[in-house]
Design a protein around this ligand. Structure first.
Ligand code: IDP
Ligand code: MG
Length: 157
């Protein structure tokens, strides 16, 4: 029997523009169809202090204030996504930060074409393993992260 490779968890957030544009189902299904497992999910309105913690690394940049305004401007859908090399695979599904550069077939490359002031690019995904660990801890409590078996697991891993 093949050994299951080590799994990673990563944070995905459908930003307020994705929710307002009715793209939640479309975006979630892209991860599901790739065989990635959603192990946590909730809709929340991000408070300012949480937004500032999440985007701490960008403090001082010219787009920072607009970004905080944007991410707190409406509900978001936050997910913990699990899979083999999930951090890297999810970033590939999401596409480049600026939708203008994002390849067709990626979420940003299919549903946006520019990066407006304020950073509307539909979705956030952790940039690396260290960020993923920190962000999952910020966004989810341990009892909000679940463990279950998908019926197709033996086919996709
Ligand atoms: P990422 O979301 O692809 O990891 P980061 O560089 O971590 O990109 O930036 C975080 C978020 O800040 C972006 O997703 C985007 O919403 C916003 N942002 C980044 N660079 C710019 C910019 O040059 N103009 C406007 N918003 C930006
Ligand atoms: Mg980032």
């Amino acid at each position: 029997m093949n050994e299951i490779p080590p799994l990673q968890k990563t944070l995905v957030v459908i930003k307020p523009d994705g929710v307002r544009r009715g793209l939640v189902g479309e975006i979630i299904s892209r991860f599901e169809k790739r065989g990635l497992k959603i192990v946590g999910m909730k809709m929340i309105r991000v408070q300012r202090d949480m937004a500032e913690k999440h985007y701490e690394a960008h403090k001082g940049k010219e787009f920072y204030i607009g970004l905080i305004e944007f991410i707190t401007s409406g509900p978001v859908v936050a997910m913990v996504v699990e899979g083999v090399n999930a951090v890297r695979v999810v970033r590939k599904i999401v596409g480049s930060t600026n939708p203008e550069e994002a390849a067709p077939g990626t979420i940003r490359g299919d549903f946006a074409h520019t990066l407006p002031h304020g950073g509307k690019n539909l979705i956030h995904a952790s940039g690396n393993e260290e960020e993923a660990e920190k962000e999952i801890e910020l966004w989810f409590s341990p009892d909000e992260i679940h463990s279950y078996t998908r019926v197709d697991e033996r086919e996709v891993i």
